[in-house]
Design a protein around this ligand. Structure first.
Ligand code: DC
Length: 234
């Protein structure tokens, strides 16, 4: 019996978690999914995989048509595992490679193009076709699943987000300063791009995690999940 079926057989939900980098989305989404026995899907990993494909094929990050063609000719797979998503590109495990700095920067650039986003959204919808998912990204509540049962916009002060990144990546000094500057630049690009900029959906619950522990954020979202499960589907 799954944890989900023990409690009055509550219906399975689609949960969208959006927000900027460093707000804690990945950790929270994966912990929440584990608790609920849901599937956790990191939509950013798909943009990262396409960015890696562009790097390896010498495709310009500015060439929208070429990027869409590249996406159409690629096999980008997300495999949820207990430790997070495994990302496969044309059958090869690229989970670690896509976290490197050059891919991080490239992902932010390829994701500005409307037609690239259309391709991604279509595939992300297909991945999440069965409820019982926690999908995280930038436009999940606004574009991918506007009808999601629960939308959380997880935010945090930019200084706090930079500190978290620094601790996470165990970096300091000049490298840390560069990483912080890149984070700010990507943030700006995500928030100001014309196609699906990073914004909270009008019906999202905004959580500012700046002075909250991971456990507190998780407890707050779990409470929201409980409330949603008790409501009738609309
Ligand atoms: O969440 P992440 O850092 O892995 O995302 C990598 C890039 O992909 C990020 O710069 C923004 C973009 N992205 C997006 O535009 N829409 C999403 N749903 C997820 C990520």
């Amino acid at each position: 019996m799954t944890p989900d079926s023990t409690h009055n057989n509550p219906r399975k939900l689609i949960i969208a978690i959006d927000g900027p980098a460093g707000a804690g989305k990945s950790t929270i989404a994966s912990r929440l999914a584990r608790k609920l026995d849901y599937v956790n899907l990191e939509s950013g990993a798909m943009y990262r995989a396409l960015a890696l494909q562009a790097i390896e094929n010498d495709t310009s990050f500015e060439d929208e048509a070429a990027l869409v063609k590249l996406a159409e000719g690629s096999r980008i797979q997300l495999e949820p595992t207990l430790g997070g998503n495994r990302t496969l590109l044309d059958g090869k495990d690229v989970s670690a490679r896509i976290r490197e700095r050059d891919v991080t920067e490239a992902a932010s650039r390829v994701s500005v193009h409307p037609k690239v986003r259309e391709w991604m959204v279509e595939h992300q919808r297909a991945l999440g076709a069965n409820a019982g998912i926690v999908m995280e990204g930038r436009d999940i509540g606004t574009k991918v699943f506007p009808e999601a049962d629960l939308k959380v916009f997880l935010d945090a002060d930019p200084v706090v987000r930079e500190q978290r990144r620094r601790a996470q990546q165990k970096i300091e000094g000049e490298v840390a300063a560069n990483v912080a500057a890149e984070l700010r630049e990507r943030d700006h690009r995500d928030r100001t791009r014309a196609a699906s900029p990073l914004v909270a959906a009008s019906d999202a619950v905004v959580i500012d995690s700046s002075s909250m522990s991971e456990d507190d954020v998780l407890a707050k979202i779990e409470k929201l999940v409980q409330q949603k499960r008790q409501q009738r589907p609309t």
